[in-house]
Design a protein around this ligand. Structure first.
Ligand code: ZN
Length: 370
């Protein structure tokens, strides 16, 4: 195991922060796994603890056939953001920006570097594009903030991987994966192993999140150079590892084992692993998710459990204003799975309270909220 440490730029004088990357194994293929980019989403960090212990063991046994880079603390900036006893790891305090948005978009920067050099050799094209991605990141002007520097370091480590897993969680939620539709066949065994409740697919969710900043440049370069083979060489997925409090020991260790088994499916780890379960949820469009909002302020009572199957018209939650006695019930507008609930029980304008994964497209434009 190699421990790579990067210094983040732009700390206040007298302080500094580091990003730690743990690198295991060697070989032609590479997986990159990071946890807790939203720093208060700790299930991923707990799973990363289990992954780190097991990868060390597997490396000592000589069972790693590829490179696996693990970043168990992807956001040391957000991890330090405690506000009066509450952890706030989603938005950077100084800018208000979501830590998982606005990653560098590599296709435009890479295209001129590879123009005229691509051939009919798909593997050579992949190698050329990966090298150009690294050069493009290195050639960016100096980072304007600590967070911008962090985003570049994360992308720099991930962009040359065959597989990228970004471990997040919801407030309260089921096991869920996001990916681009082109990668569903490759992601399906992972969803089956994780016993995911839902898989949400989108061509481009908007917001320049980390996973799509790894996968989409390949789609865009393939469109830009149609005369040569450009494979979609980076399979990237955001994993929502249930809810914020789901850091229990046994499920976390089980989750790490399921991820390792998938890495073995991908040829990165040798040995015997449990077979991929036959059962798997269907993938559905991210645009087919209902984000349910309250019509007014009040205290919230949920009327459905996380993981409930609902039909159009089923009550999702009620909102009660004790001053005016106003009482509203918010219903499902689609048949589907209630896959996430807000943690707060206080309804506020503009903040969703429940999310339902359906099959009929309900939303368009930018799909990700902040
Ligand atoms: Zn997150």
């Amino acid at each position: 195991m190699e421990h790579i440490q990067h210094l983040l730029p732009w700390s206040a004088m007298g302080t500094e922060r580091q990003l730690s990357v743990f690198r295991f194994g060697q070989g032609p293929r590479k997986a990159y796994i990071q946890a807790s980019l939203h720093a208060d989403e700790l299930p991923g960090m707990r799973v990363a603890v289990a992954l780190k212990a097991r990868l060390r063991e597997l490396e000592q046994q000589g069972r790693l056939n590829g490179v696996i880079e693990l970043v168990p603390v992807a956001n040391p900036i957000g991890l330090a953001q405690m506000f009066q006893g509450t952890h706030q790891g989603r938005f950077e305090f100084s800018s208000g920006k979501n830590f998982n948005r606005d990653f560098p978009q590599l296709a435009d920067a890479v295209a001129p570097r590879i123009d005229g050099q691509l051939t009919q050799d798909a593997d050579a094209n992949v190698a050329l594009i990966r090298a150009a991605m690294g050069e493009a990141i290195a050639a960016l002007p100096a980072a304007q903030s600590e967070t911008e520097g962090l985003r570049r370091l994360l992308l720099q480590h991930a962009c040359d991987a065959d597989l990228v897993l970004d471990l997040h969680c919801d407030f309260e939620g089921v096991m869920l994966l996001y990916a681009i539709p082109q990668h569903w066949a490759q992601i399906r065994p992972l969803a089956a192993r994780l016993e995911a409740g839902a898989v949400l697919l989108a061509d481009d969710s908007g917001g320049k999140a980390f996973d799509e900043s790894c996968s989409l440049p390949w789609v865009q370069l393939a469109e830009r150079f149609p005369q040569v083979p450009v494979p979609l060489a980076c399979v990237a997925s955001t994993l929502e590892l249930r809810g914020m409090t789901d850091t229990d020991r046994e499920p976390s260790i089980a989750c790490a084992e399921q991820i390792l088994a998938y890495l073995a499916d991908q040829g990165l780890i040798a040995g015997d692993w449990p077979p991929v379960p036959g059962e798997c949820c269907d993938a559905t469009p991210f645009a087919a998710t209902q984000y349910a909002y309250a019509p007014h302020a009040g205290v919230v009572s949920f009327l459905q459990a996380v993981g409930a199957r609902v039909r159009v018209g089923d009550p999702l939650f009620e909102v009660l204003d004790p001053l005016t006695d106003r009482h509203s019930v918010v219903h499902a507008t689609t048949d589907g799975l209630l896959y996430a609930r807000e943690r707060l029980r206080f309804a506020q304008p503009g903040l969703w309270l429940a999310k339902v994964a359906g099959t009929q497209v309900l939303r368009q434009g930018r799909l990700l909220t902040d």
